[in-house]
Design a protein around this ligand. Sequence first.
Ligand code: ATP
Ligand code: MG
Length: 702
Amino acid sequence: FGNNDHGIAGRARKYRVTLDPRMDSTSPTGEASVHDDAMKESALNATVYPPASFVNNAHVSSLKQYNDMYRESVDRPAKFWGKIADELYWHTPYDKSKPVHSFNFDVRKGPISISWFPGGKTNLCYNAVDRHAASDPKGTALLWEGNETNQDEVVTWAQLKERVCQLANYLRSVGVGKGDNVTIYLPMVPHLVISMLACARIGAVHSVVFAGFSADALASRLVDSKPKVVLTSTGTMRGAKPIPIKKVVDAGIKLSKDKGVHVERVVVYDHPALPLAQCNWDESIDANWSDVVDTQPKDSPVEWMDSEDPLFRLYTSGSTGTPKGVLHTTGGYMVGTYATFKYVFDHKPDDVFWCTADAGWITGHSYLAYGPLIAKAKCVVFEGVPTYPDAGRCWDIVDKYGVTVFYTAPTLIRSLIRFGDDVVNSRDLSTLRLLGSVGEPINPEAWKWYHEVVGKRKCPIVDTWWQTETGAHMITPLPGAFAQKPGSASRPFFGVVPTLVDSQTGKELPPGPGEGVLCIKGAWPSMMRTVAGNHQRFEETYFSTYPGFYFTGDGARRDEDGYFWITGRVDDVINVSGHRIGTAEVESALVEHDKCAEAAVVGYEHDIKGQAIYAFVVMKEGVEFTAEMKKELVMTVRSIVGAFAAPDTIHWCPTGLPKTRSGKIMRRILRKIAAHEEDGIGDTSTLADPAVVNTILEWRGN
Ligand code: ATP
Ligand code: MG
């Protein structure tokens, strides 16, 4: 197992698309080759070429150009990153007589350390706002769309700057300055982006907590970061459901107080969903945003930050354990998010960019806020949910604003597939030119739907693999440079050197096809610098397992073209009778059955096989789950992956799978259910819907 006759790569071959005539004379490896060979090669790998119209205008428009740039980024990083850094403003240029970066990745040689752009001084807010407010004050910065279809607002660059400055002035007036922590617990209103930028402007370190987290989850983050100020709102609407935001903050602050952490000030935006008068109010700590912020002067000086000054901390989503406070710094993060935004989304001045991620996740930090704003993109910010008032809301928004680049997560794609193609086909999506995916492996079936039904076969798809820790895209297609393969994140971004390591020996696999643990060699600009307040955990988590490498925690396969296929988290690999099976592969096979909407697979102990496969499935709307259906699902896996991967148990989940707030399946809970260890399920408070667990338990043995 492990060669491409099995698994996602194998299955993806079933998906053929017409090759673009302009490109089919080059093989995916770039070497000029005989036309017939290229055809054979392409067919084998189910490659999907970007249309010529896209390629002709792309920043990187051939594999050769990508290869040349990639080589330079790795061999001459100072030259490569220098050119990109020079597209941005530095108050004090970094010292080009020194190496552009220095790092130690080897725990045996001393503490892990990373630094970029030595001696430079800059400011993210200045680059993301002031430059554009000066050059194009009336131009559109944010296109805000509220929960209701009639709620919207355009924020120009000049307005964005004024609002950021007002908050910066307020924060300074209450004693917040460089290096101080600020927690942001806001729904997706312009205030959220403004809050992040205001912190960056004055050098305060923001910690955005997704405003769907419980008081407990918020409290643990408050206790860890000890902010002086919390920025929040009275409430929000999530679809038809009112959410009392401030109530959660009040409870979180109370809990953190019990642990000795005193928040001095809570600034509350009076959200129309819940009038301020209906909130508990404590004059000694609470302040009304419109009283204290909107009355401030509309200009405010910029704090010039060293390249390695902290910018923000952000807690990982907690799929695998207690969340880690990932710390990012100024210069490298700025250059990394800008470079990836420009090249991966092939940014053009006329683009309308929509990233559906909440700013509470790294995706929202890097590609809702910083990356696009630095690049002066027009950005959609959406407060509501994709299924309200109906399942066509996303497509209505694309239509309304003329969205050209749409970036979302496989979980959203799969959930929308359930509602059928008509919902999409009834909307005008003609402005779309590029689609993106992030957060989980995207199974080829969902990729195909995204490509055909949403993208009408004319939009390349960038399947971007990266992490909170990496700050920016790491392995991803460049949309105009080379072909995509459904289910593969493809090739490394500039400056990123991924490698596969044998988990038994800790040694790198030789170049060429293979499967192993995904590690990264050498530092890239936007990588995390430490776990806030716990450098030891940083070293233990990412650098101790395979000394000399950054350990990602994910497994991957590399195919004969050098494309990477993320197989899931290393902890999730199941070993059945000596066959190592990636959970993602069995899940992809299950959802290829046209009645299966979603699947999650875990292993459990088995006397004979070592481990056996336990599959949790969600069926499409209105599909009945019968014994016959179970058989069909097992057959589907047998025929696609192989008999050895056939699930021993199939468990129907009528109300869905347990997912984190960011939409990721919480496999640790499913493992407990599969092992009949219900008592060990543990904390379910960070689940989007904890009730799902009870339904799953009720349906055991269905
Ligand atoms: P925690 O680290 O607390 O367990 P998390 O890993 O879910 O949480 P994130 O940093 O948000 O937190 O997610 C990064 C992970 O998401 C990656 O390590 C990988 O497992 C998965 N992932 C992200 N994008 C992709 C992708 N395009 N393809 C496959 N997997 C992806
Ligand atoms: Mg992680």
